[in-house]
Design a protein around this ligand. Structure first.
Ligand SMILES: Cc1cc2nc3c(=O)[nH]c(=O)nc-3n(C[C@H](O)[C@H](O)[C@H](O)COP(=O)(O)OP(=O)(O)OC[C@H]3O[C@@H](n4cnc5c(N)ncnc54)[C@H](O)[C@@H]3O)c2cc1C
Ligand code: FES
Ligand code: FES
Length: 491
């Protein structure tokens, strides 16, 4: 049973750290630098954009035989979410005899660092990469660095250094043998604590004298129960929105419930017709899961933030946040995804396209949360296309992202579902454009008809990232591209 305490316990380089009396919104970065004086980890932007703060966060693997690592932006992760986990910083890489990791040594030899401010984050991203991919391709290396900005060196020497480092195959794995037993000893409870009457008590990780708290339940039952008793509690999933609000808007929610330890919410259940994706499943997991069935969706996810963002960020967080330029929602809407919403013992299912009621407004009731995202699997002959348009290829916000699903019957577009972000107060389907497409052969679809449908569907607004004229043109051209050269027929 996890004792009630005001202590966050995690493993750092063969030792258990007990962080006591910290605020529930203290970031991992601030704790590392200010309390542990691990100042190798840098603060650049404090909003997940630059990668100077990247560290590796470890969790015991399912078999309990090793540690699985994720690259994480420590600036936007809250310290109490580390409870029961381990962490590796740039300082962790130096062996007791003073030897550096091959990535570090080759960075020096290849002149991969100038001012050095970005270097710890870059090294941690690369060391994380070679833990899982000891022979990465150039593409995998550049992908792993898409969230690490270097202003002075340029990336060529850094990539060269990585190729040199991976030649030293046997030296790439970090030694975490001393962490393993400690990680086991601080595992969080997997079952709820009950009163004698059988009522659930959700034990806090951090609780202040004034009654504010950070809780980290292990089961769905606890989440539902806690939210019923504390309907104003802030749900924390990957922290890639909340972390920004804490740093930039000084958000200090009195009650925070972390979903990252809830086993049921971390699962993807595979049924014949659909994937049921738990609300705490990371985008990185989905990127891999969807690569075969929906390669364009997977590609949109590859361009979503950066690896440290995707390693924690969730679909549910993207959906609940409801940004007009949220990238997963057009894909999900075009695929007919629905949400299982839970309030206490009650659940209801809502199509994602009916979830939003306005700008960042949705149908969630007090005490209700997203439990599962149901994503239908492809059916025979179904075509799915999606593309995100942004100024930069990686780590950028959409001007618009469009997604379409249809089948071709006797050469005609059928069952068309088209959705966008960036054109309306929330991501949405585009029924007037769908009507232009439905029942036509691709060759018969006229650009002018799509333009008219766009004008009739959306309010023309210039935005910071694109003029309306540009967005409207892109919205139309994406559709033309999506239906061009498509010859797959339904059997
Ligand atoms: C550097 C950076 C790059 C980014 N790039 C992109 C991008 O390319 N495309 C894009 O769309 N977004 C992007 N984002 C935004 C963000 O990463 C996404 O919205 C992400 O999916 C949020 O998920 P999360 O799990 O981190 O949410 P959190 O920050 O944990 O939570 C976000 C909101 O959702 C609520 N919430 C979480 N889980 C649930 C649930 N189960 N039920 C109900 N409410 C819930 C929380 O209370 C909170 O209000 C970026 C953010 C950063 C910092
Ligand atoms: S400080 Fe820039 S990503 Fe964290
Ligand atoms: S070495 Fe200066 S920012 Fe990369």
């Amino acid at each position: 049973m996890t004792p009630v305490s005001n202590t966050v316990r995690f493993v750092l380089d063969g030792q258990i750290v007990e962080a006591q009396g910290e605020r529930r919104t203290t970031t991992v970065l601030d704790y590392l630098r200010e309390q542990l004086h691990r100042t190798g980890t840098k603060e650049g932007c404090a909003e997940g954009d630059c990668g100077a703060c990247v560290v590796m966060v470890g969790e015991l693997n399912a078999a309990g035989t090793g540690v699985d690592y994720l690259p994480v932006n420590s600036c936007i992760q809250l310290l109490p979410s580390l409870d029961g986990k381990s962490i590796k910083t740039i300082e962790s890489l130096k062996a007791s005899d003073g030897r550096l990791h091959p990535v570090q040594e080759e960075m020096i030899k290849c002149h991969g660092s100038q001012c050095g401010f970005c270097t710890p984050g870059i090294v941690m991203s690369l060391v994380n990469l070679v833990q899982v991919l000891p022979q990465p391709s150039r593409q995998q290396i550049t992908d792993s660095l898409s969230g690490n900005l270097c202003r002075c060196t340029g990336y060529t020497p850094i990539i060269d250094a990585t190729f040199k480092a991976v030649e030293r195959k046997t030296e790439l794995k970090i030694d975490d043998s001393a962490d393993l037993p400690l990680l086991k000893s601080i595992q969080r409870a997997k079952t709820p604590t009950l009163t004698l009457d059988g009522d659930i008590i959700v034990q806090p990780v951090v609780r202040t004298r004034k009654g504010s708290e950070f809780v980290s339940p292990a089961t769905l039952a606890e989440v539902a129960d806690y939210l019923q008793k504390n309907p104003g509690a802030t749900l924390l999933a990957g922290s890639t929105e909340i972390g920004l609000q804490v740093n930039k808007k000084f958000l200090r929610p009195s009650h925070i419930m972390y979903l990252g330890n809830v086993a049921e919410l971390r699962q993807v259940t595979d049924t014949a017709q659909a994937w049921r994706i738990g609300a705490a499943v990371s985008l990185a997991t989905l990127e891999t899961l969807l690569a075969q069935a929906y390669p364009d969706f997977s590609e949109v996810l590859r361009r979503f933030g950066s690896p440290p963002i995707r390693s924690t960020a969730t679909l549910a967080g993207n959906i609940a946040n409801g940004s007009p330029i949220g990238d997963s929602m057009p894909c999900l809407m075009a695929l007919g995804a629905s949400l299982v919403l839970r309030q206490g013992d009650q659940t209801r299912t809502v199509l994602l396209e009916n979830f939003y009621t306005g700008m960042k407004q949705n149908v969630l009731k007090t005490g209700e949360f997203i439990e599962v995202i149901v994503l239908p699997k492809p059916v025979a002959g179904q075509v799915f296309r999606a593309h995100k348009v942004s100024k930069r290829f990686e780590q950028d916000i959409s001007a618009t992202c469009a997604a379409i699903s249809y089948t071709l019957k006797s050469g005609k577009l059928s069952g068309v579902k088209l959705a966008y972000n960036g054109l309306a107060p929330s991501p949405c389907r585009a029924p007037k454009l769908e009507a232009v497409l439905e029942g036509k052969t691709p060759a018969d679809v006229k650009a002018a008809d799509l333009d008219a449908a766009i004008a009739a569907s959306f309010t023309a607004r210039d935005g910071l990232r694109a003029t309306w004229a540009y967005r409207a043109l892109v919205a139309r051209n994406l559709v033309l591209d999506f239906i061009e050269e498509q010859t797959t027929e339904v059997a």
